[in-house]
Each structure stands twice: as structure tokens, then as C-alpha cells.
Design a protein around this ligand. Sequence first.
Ligand code: FPP
Length: 242
Amino acid sequence: MLELPRHVAIIMDGNGRWAKKHKLPRLMGHNAGMNSMKEIVRCASDMGIEQLTVYAFSTENWKRDIEEVSGIFGLLVKFVARDLDELHEKSVRVRVLGDYSAIPDDARESLEKTIKTTGNNTGMQFNIALNYGSRAEILRAVNTIMNERFFDAVSKGYDIEEITEEDISKHLYTGDENGNIPDPDLIIRTSGEERLSNFLLWQSAYSEFAFTDTLWPDFTPNEFEEIIESFGNRERRFGGRK
Ligand code: FPP
């Protein structure tokens, strides 16, 4: 039987280049990318993958021009309006990683509705990294822990304890707050770029990587399945020996 990764994370890259190739506006590239995302969510859920995480909008993406940024959030609202029922039928549970309080109101409200509607579902968890940046996530974790420790030290007279790896993991967006998300077993990046771009830096310590030249809007469930299959043949040692 095929060994399935528990958690697959995807950097969906190449929407802009896809649009350029087809002489279309950039937003049409993101629209095509949203359709690919939908297909992959469906496929991953049907395969029985437990956790799928996508990098939808990074803290650095605010540097893009306003039409593109608001266009991407508009697509998010469209995705929720169009596909929420199907996600729910498949018992997919949606969670957001990142500080999404800062995104436009309609997009935030759609997400809140989705999280609420799917909150008790028991199928695949679909994590959308939105206004997410990994360094900021780690800093936020350390600052939260430091404040808690300092408060305890002053108010309860405890010594300030050392911070452990577990403490940090627990305070990341992937941490315990709404149930712990296991570290990604496999990270896929499309469009030929081979870097992490501030995505899951802490969580990817032992992840396998798969890079493909395919631009995200051209990425199919078929290619996804092939990558998952080749993952099943890899030997993972987590720093130990065979
Ligand atoms: C990277 O392509 C893609 C993004 C920054 C946005 C990803 C958005 C979607 C897949 C659709 C919207 C879905 C949601 C849930 C918000 P790029 O623009 O960096 O491509 P390029 O490197 O070719 O220019």
C-alpha cells in the first residue's frame, strides 16, 4: 500500500507567469490558480491525506499593487461562496495560519464563516496560510512565551524557565491553539523556484521537498498523485541512521 504523507504543504507559485504566457492580466492567473487549488483540495481529501496546507498570501505579498492584492482577497471570497458546500460535504475542516485580522472585512468574514461551518468536520484539515510569514510567526511565539514567563516570574515568584522546542512549537500558528498540526512530511513548490520564501521554517526541519517546473495553474491532480507516489519511495531518517 502507498505510504501517504500525513501533512502536505504547497507553495503555489507561478500564477503571474502563467498569466503572462497566456497574455492575460495577472489576476486571471490567480483565478486559474484558485481553480487548481480547488482541484488539489478535492484530490488530497479523496486520497485520505490528513492535512493540506497552502501558502495563499505572505506577509511580503502586501508589497504588490493594490489591484492585485484586493483581487486575491476577492478570489478568496469567491472561493468560499462557490466551494464551501463541497468542502463541507467532504467533511473538510478549514483553518487559517497567520494574522488574518488585517485582511479586508469581506474576506475575513467569509473565512470566519468557513471556519465556523466546518469546525466540527472530521475529514481532511485544509490550512490556508494567509498574511503568513514564518519569521514573524516564530518571533510572535517567543514574545508570547517571554511575556508569560516574565509575568509568572514577577507575580508568582517563579524563576524564569528555559524555553524548549516544545514551547515554541506549541505557540506557532500550527500549534495547540486549535489542535496541533503535525510538521509537514512533504513540501511541494511549483514553477521551478527552489526556496521556502519564509514558509514553515520551523516546521520544515525534516520535511521532504518536491519541486516541479509546472506553473501552479497548470498543476493537476495527476501530477500531485505522482509526487505523493514518489514520496512513498523515499527513505526518511530524521537525522538518524537506517
Ligand atoms: C504566487 O504566484 C501566488 C500567489 C501569491 C497567490 C496565490 C493565490 C491563489 C492560488 C488564488 C487565491 C486563493 C486564495 C485562497 C487566496 P505569483 O503571483 O508569485 O506568480 P509569479 O511568480 O509567476 O509572478
